[in-house]
Ligand binder design. Structure first.
Ligand code: AMP
Length: 450
């Protein structure tokens, strides 16, 4: 039997994983400079947490979650719960059965943790970021996986000041700049609040009912279940009709209108470029007011690398205190794909290129007497932060150099009888074949210069 990774999930191998690490490191550095701390969340949670927060009618909850019934030990005392009994070595056990789900996103978990740990008692806004895999049973294609990765951040607290929204967007754009990702575009919208949105949704529903015949099956169904999602449609034949539909911007209440205007002013203050997109409604129920998305080049139809928005009231919906919230999630898989595309192109992202370097030094040694010196030198160079390969088996000179080259090493350092006698090492720069002899300290200084 031959095992393979299951459909829609994949391995991330070196050297690509080095780029992933550098991207994640950049996120940590930028987010921490804005006062965010990392939260490490569980991979699975009670199904109900996601159903309640994301919304039962959304695609994510209704179709895409990996849900399983698990035995949780021991059984609780309530008698309405499902249990399963089993026996081992004559002892009977009763486990409670619980519906659990592999997290399809992390905002719900962050809110759950916020409530569970009473974080509303902490001083100031609670600013958290997370990095890790998410799971959705979507149809796999380029840029769309069943296990994918997100880098996300959330601000939870008492204030819904649009300056917070602007700070979050500034942090996000600073992160993308740090990666030298060019061509990223920020799209922005406000989808109103619990006062004005339902009125708009009803207007939209009425308008949609009138054009029902001209819509595809998915949109027809959504007229009743979730009419906002019709605006997401990419079907070419629906585009013209959608353009004629009522727009949320014309139906915002005075508070939401002001909040959005203030946000735009704050973005201008920070020099952040954006484009308004009235159709940006996002697929999850908990969003209100500010919503945004970022696209990147080189990705084809799956070009959204980040989605986010404000979700005041979500913590309350999950049983916590009244709390405002805003956050985003970056799709790391797509971000990396876009960086790799840029790397391959003329313009090139120096960030991605730097990650492609794998090895500083390949040590070539001849004769058993040279090995201890090579091992000692390897230890010294590694402690200086250099990436060093020390072959365990002695090889012919030509074979060593060829392997060094294929491993992408920048230098070969040669240790043979002559070098041992002279107390100096021969260093060959593999890019141009130039060679020189250097003593250990000179060698380190030379390698450090690159
Ligand atoms: P969402 O909150 O659903 O908009 O997700 C935020 C970001 O996660 C998206 O903009 C994508 O970049 C990424 N993402 C969502 N679903 C997937 C998936 N199945 N595969 C890869 N990336 C995804």
């Amino acid at each position: 039997m031959k095992f393979q990774a299951i459909k829609g999930v994949r391995d991330i191998l070196p050297p690509e994983s080095a780029l992933w690490n550098r991207v994640e490191q950049a996120a940590r550095a930028v987010f921490e400079s804005f006062g965010f701390g990392e939260i490490r969340l569980p991979i699975f949670e009670q199904t109900e947490l996601f159903a309640r927060s994301i919304g039962a009618e959304t695609d994510v909850v209704s179709k895409e979650m990996f849900t399983f019934r698990a035995r949780v030990n021991p059984a609780g005392t309530e008698d309405d719960i499902e249990t399963e009994s089993w026996e081992r070595e004559g002892v009977a056990f009763t486990d409670r059965l619980e519906l659990l789900t592999l997290r399809p996103e992390a905002t719900a978990s962050v809110c759950r943790a916020y409530i569970e740990h009473g974080m509303q008692m902490l001083p100031g806004d609670v600013k958290l970021y997370y990095i890790g895999p998410m799971f959705r049973r979507e149809r796999p294609q380029k840029g769309r996986y069943r296990q994918f990765y997100q880098i996300g951040a959330e601000v939870l607290g008492a204030s819904d000041n649009p300056r917070i929204d602007a700070d979050v967007l500034e942090m996000l754009m600073m992160f993308l700049e740090r990666l030298q990702l060019s061509g990223a575009k920020l799209y922005l919208n406000s989808i109103g609040c619990k006062n004005c949105r339902p009125v708009y949704v009803e207007k939209l529903r009425e308008a949609l009912r009138k054009v029902n015949d001209k819509l595809g099956a998915d949109s027809q169904r959504r007229i009743e279940t979730n009419p906002l999602r019709v605006l997401d449609s990419k079907l070419p034949e629906e585009q013209e009709i959608i353009e004629t539909l009522p727009r949320i911007s014309e139906h915002l209440c005075a508070e939401c209108r002001q909040h959005f205007a203030d946000l735009l002013a704050q973005l201008a203050l920070r020099g952040i470029a954006y484009e308004l997109n009235w159709r940006l409604v996002r697929g999850l129920d908990y969003y209100m007011r500010t919503t945004f998305e970022i696209t990147a080049p080189g990705l084809g139809s799956q070009d959204a690398i980040c989605g986010g928005g404000r979700y005041d009231g979500l913590v309350e919906l999950l049983g916590g205190p009244p709390t405002k919230g805003i956050g985003f999630a970056i799709g790391t898989d797509r971000l990396i794909l876009s960086l790799q595309k840029a790397e391959a192109s003329e313009a090139g992202s120096a960030f991605a290129k730097a990650s492609a370097d794998k090895l500083d030094v390949f040590l070539v040694w001849f004769g058993a007497a040279a090995y201890p010196a090579a091992a000692k030198l390897a230890r010294r160079l590694r402690s200086e932060g250099l990436r060093v390969e020390l072959p365990a088996d002695e090889m012919k000179f030509k074979k060593s150099l060829s392997l060094a080259d294929r491993l992408g090493a920048r230098h070969a350092v040669i240790i043979g009888e002559d070098e041992l006698a002279a107390g100096a090492y021969s260093v060959k720069k593999l890019a141009d074949g130039t060679q020189q002899k250097l003593k250990e300290e000179e060698l380190i200084a030379y390698l450090r210069r690159g």
